[in-house]
Design a protein around this ligand. Sequence first.
Ligand code: ADP
Ligand code: 5GP
Length: 205
Amino acid sequence: MAKGFLLVISGPSGSGKGTVSAALMAKHQDIKFSTSVTTRPPRPSEVDGENYFFRTQAEFERMVEEDQLLEYAFVHTNYYGTPKDFVFSEVEKGEIVLLEIDVQGAMQIKEKYKEAVFIFLLPPTMEELKQRIIGRGTESEEDIKTRFSNAFKELDFVGEYDYFVVNDQVDQAVEDIENIIAAEKLRVKRQKNIKEDMIRKGELD
Ligand code: ADP
Ligand code: 5GP
């Protein structure tokens, strides 16, 4: 049986992490989404416990103090973090856990978990990125500026990732990620007992 692993997807705001992750998970119910905690207020369509656990700053700080987060970071203008328990229990069960987190959080995971897979999602062009952030219509003008200028800083980290995927067409980006997952599942280091499994199969034949 294959071991579970963390699939970390980062990319600038508006590159399509949410869109591509949702399309990927709609096709693969076995990929588990790690719902993050954030101090950001919910967008109109967002549901607490589904998109994020929306918490106050005090509640977030308590989670940090109680060591409940695998990683956390201040991104744009709010705190975001990954609850530890869910990730560990799912990986233990052999599942793939998708973490949609920023570059700072990804670097913390990289320090702690060598076996995670890191994908950087890129927009086709920076102009298209800007249009997508504006087009989403969920941020103020000020916040759009912060997110767009942060996009250039985030690009500095692309060399730290294992794979890059360009989100021009959503379907193609999903297919690229499916191919990455398929290859990662075949890594020898992700198998528990190749030799024992072969011997057991032989006994059954
Ligand atoms: P992120 O989660 O990275 O901030 P979103 O998934 O919210 O990005 O996407 C930002 C905006 O771009 C959304 O309005 C989304 O519908 C749109 N979008 C995402 N992927 C594409 C694509 N391949 N082509 C056109 N628009 C896209
Ligand atoms: P948004 O506000 O657009 O949902 O997310 C803003 C940024 O925060 C994105 O880059 C997103 O990947 C990142 N983010 C979301 N959840 C987490 C998390 O748990 N940890 C970290 N470090 N970043 C996160």
